[in-house]
Each structure stands twice: as C-alpha cells, then as structure tokens.
Design a protein around this ligand. Structure first.
Ligand code: ATP
Length: 407
C-alpha cells in the first residue's frame, strides 16, 4: 500500500515530513514493514502552502485499514489543527493513482473534488480534516512517479528542544559539503558564506542534507556535529529535478506556473529599490516578458545585469504577478558589445566630431571628412551556457546545475 499525507503543519510549528518519520516508526512497531519514504514538493506557487509545499508518501506492507487508523491517530496527535490554514489529508491506497494528478499538482493547480474523484476511482481509504485541502497533496504524493530523483536526509530535533535555538556546528557543515560535493549540494552557500541546510522556522527540522544517493547524504551527515537528534530519516524526493517546469512562450504564460521560456533581451537590466533587478525579454510574436532577479538571488543579479540587447536566452522561473521570477537562465547567443564613436582623424590623429545627422564626421583641426565611425568592441563579461541563483536562493524543485555536470 501507499500512505499519503499532507497539510499537517502551520507557521507556528510541525512539519509533515516529521509526522511521516514518526509514522514510519509507529508502523514498524505495529508490525507493518515500510519500504520507500518519499517527499514530494508540489507547485511552489500553490496559494495555501505553509513553506515549501511538501507532501509525503510511504510504501508499506500490511493491512491498509490498520495503517489508516495508525496514521489518522498520529495526525490527530501531531497536526497543528488549531491553525485555520492547516487542513490535513490522509490517503491509503493499494494501487498508485493516475500519475497525471501528480504532474498537474507539481506544475499546475488541483482541486479537492479532483483528488476525491480519483481516490474514489481507486477505492482508496481517505480522510480530510477540516476543509480537507490536504487531500490534494496527499493524493499527489501517492500518485507520484519520479523519472528523476534525489535524496534528503532530514534530522529532526528532540521534542524538548523545539522552539529553542538550534545548536549545529557551522564549520562541520562546510566540512560535510567539502567532503561530499558534488554528490551532495546546497548544505552551504560557499560564495555567500551561508549555511543553507538549517532552517530558522520553529519546526522540528534540525538540518537536511541533499544529495544524489542515500549513501552520499549519510556520508555528509556523518561529518556534521550538532545537538543530539530525535529521529533521522532519508527521503526519496523530486527536489532538485525541475519537475515543476513546463516549456512556455512569451505572451502565453499562465499565472502560478513555472516555465522555461526562450526570448531576446530587449534592453539592459534595471536595478530598482531594494536591489531587485528587472529585465525585459522579447518573444518571437513581439510580446514582452518582465523577468525579475530579486535581491536574495545575490550574485546572480550581476549575470542578469551583464546581458545586452540582442542576447538570446532561455529564462527559467515561476510566472507570478506578471513577472518571471528567475531561477536560472541559459545564454544561447551573446550579441557583440559594440559602441560606435567618432573616429580619429587619419591626417592629424585628433578625435573627429559628428558632421551632423547622417553626414559622417569631420576633423575640427584640419577639416578632413569621413563617413565611417570607429567601432569599439568590448569582450563580453559573461559566457554562453547556464547561470543559476546561488544555493541560498534556490527553490526546492529547482535543479542545481552541478547535477548535470556530475558524471
Ligand atoms: P509542509 O511542507 O510542512 O507540508 P507546506 O509548505 O507543504 O507545509 P501545506 O501546509 O502542505 O504547505 O499546504 C499546502 C496546501 O496546498 C495543501 O493543502 C495541499 O494539498 C495544497 N496544494 C498543494 N499543491 C497544490 C496544487 N498544485 N493545487 C492546489 N492545491 C495544492
């Protein structure tokens, strides 16, 4: 059977993955062996998400009704039901629901009715608490198929430590990444000197290590020194796989979806208040797209600022409030950075001046005339190929470029 759960947490605490980790222990105690534990991230623009729009599913062997009652009791015990926005969903199914629902949920928007119709079709056991919205994520998790997958080891805090400052040895996290990169990634942001894998929210997560296999995340974890943990769980995930992206066309993008969009840079990027950078891209139909590189994307903004009119790029990000919020971009063709200026006089060597619009140049000293300007070509400061936001600004689903470079 597959057990799916979502929407158990609130900004004040809890975390659906923690509840899942506790459930794995309880199922084991009840003699229900557990197989794969999966953490899926769904549409990062879903309006009711608490943080990272995560849902979980667990494969197990045993009596579905018994597993259902153990999971339901745990949701009653741990979910933050006092929060208006916490509406848990629980699904137990012996057959994987149609994966189309998962794909829609990670790239688009789904409804509770749609989830329930699929669950009825599957003769699944299910329950929604309060408005039942969590059934969407719980159903999507059970329906998920992952053509690409990564791993995350999540270390959870002991209950008595919840809400207190986290004690994690910072240098040991840098050492863990140094020992295992590029097979693990995004534990730290070296360029910005920041630890990325320790949350600042009041949930039970102490840290999470992301990587290409269970062995690699365990190896990195072994280097990290921190307060004593409660449970540790390795999850199979769709994180870092670009599962949220569709191919899009400028002028035909829909709000709340994430795209790869080709376009031509229409003008130099502008930096606004707060350090947010804005870039206009032109589509083939003459439609314009505003792309944003927000201040938290740090050095990535310099890449965007280095683009010039005429550059051809593939922009990647979520389309929200009429802007594409950049996660990465590929520079496919860079225009020549050329500036025309009056030439030097071939006779006396002084800089000539314009002789009037369309009339070429003339030398103020010797009167010599010429039609052609001097063409100054400056080498481009960026290269063709992919450029990405730093780890500190990475979205859960966004595929780090290093994953394509690691053999
Ligand atoms: P946690 O990571 O701890 O689960 P969260 O950030 O994932 O928190 P949730 O509390 O799970 O956020 O809230 C997300 C809500 O949005 C859930 O009820 C989920 O069912 C719903 N949801 C997720 N994806 C979609 C989607 N594509 N369309 C509509 N609703 C969605």
């Amino acid at each position: 059977m597959i057990i799916g759960i979502d929407d158990t947490d609130s900004p004040a605490g809890m975390c659906t993955t923690y509840l899942g980790a506790v459930l794995i222990g309880r199922l084991g105690q009840a003699g229900i062996p557990v197989g794969e534990a999966r953490l899926v991230r769904l549409n990062p623009n879903a309006p009711f998400k608490t943080r990272g729009n995560a849902a979980i599913c667990i494969e197990a062997e045993g009596n579905p009704a018994r597993a259902f009652s153990i999971a339901a009791a745990l949701i009653d015990e741990l979910a933050d039901l006092s929060c208006e926005n916490t509406n848990p969903g629980l699904v137990v199914t012996t057959e994987r629901p149609d994966p189309t629902f998962y794909r829609e949920c990670v790239r688009d928007f789904c409804t509770i009715d749609g989830a329930e119709a699929l669950l009825r079709e599957n003769r699944a056991l299910y329950r929604g608490w309060k408005n039942g919205r969590g059934l969407i994520g719980a159903t999507a998790a059970t329906a998920s198929v992952l053509p690409d997958r990564t791993f995350e080891l999540l270390a959870y805090r002991r209950r008595e430590a919840w809400g207190t400052p986290r004690s994690v040895d910072r240098p040991s996290i840098f050492a863990a990444e140094a020992a295992t990169y590029p097979h693990t990634w995004d534990s730290v942001d070296r360029e910005n000197g920041v630890v990325v894998c320790v949350p600042h929210t009041p949930d039970p997560v102490l840290f999470g290590v992301r990587g290409e296999s269970e062995a690699w995340v365990r190896e990195a974890r072994a280097v990290i020194r921190a307060e004593e943990t409660g449970i540790e769980q390795v999850w199979v995930t769709n994180q870092g796989t670009d599962a949220h992206l569709k191919n899009g066309t400028i002028g035909r993008l829909l709000e709340g979806r994430s795209y790869r969009v080709p376009g031509t840079v229409d003008g130099r990027a502008a930096t606004g208040t707060g350090g947010h950078v804005r870039l206009a891209l032109l589509g083939t139909d003459g439609e314009m797209l505003r792309c944003m590189a927000y201040e938290p994307t740090k050095g990535f903004r310099d890449i965007v600022r280095a683009l010039l009119p005429g550059d051809e790029v593939l922009a990647v990000g979520s389309y929200k409030n009429g802007s594409l919020n950049l996660e990465k971009l590929r520079a496919d063709r860079l225009a020549e950075d050329r500036v025309l200026r009056p030439p030097l006089c071939p006779d006396c060597g002084r800089r000539m001046t314009s002789a009037g619009r369309g009339k070429g140049y003339k030398c103020r000293d010797c009167g010599r005339r010429t039609k052609d300007p001097q063409v100054v070509v400056t080498p481009r400061s960026i290269r063709t190929g992919w450029h990405e936001v730093p780890p500190v600004a990475r979205r859960h689903l966004s595929k780090p470029l290093v994953r394509d470079r690691t053999p």
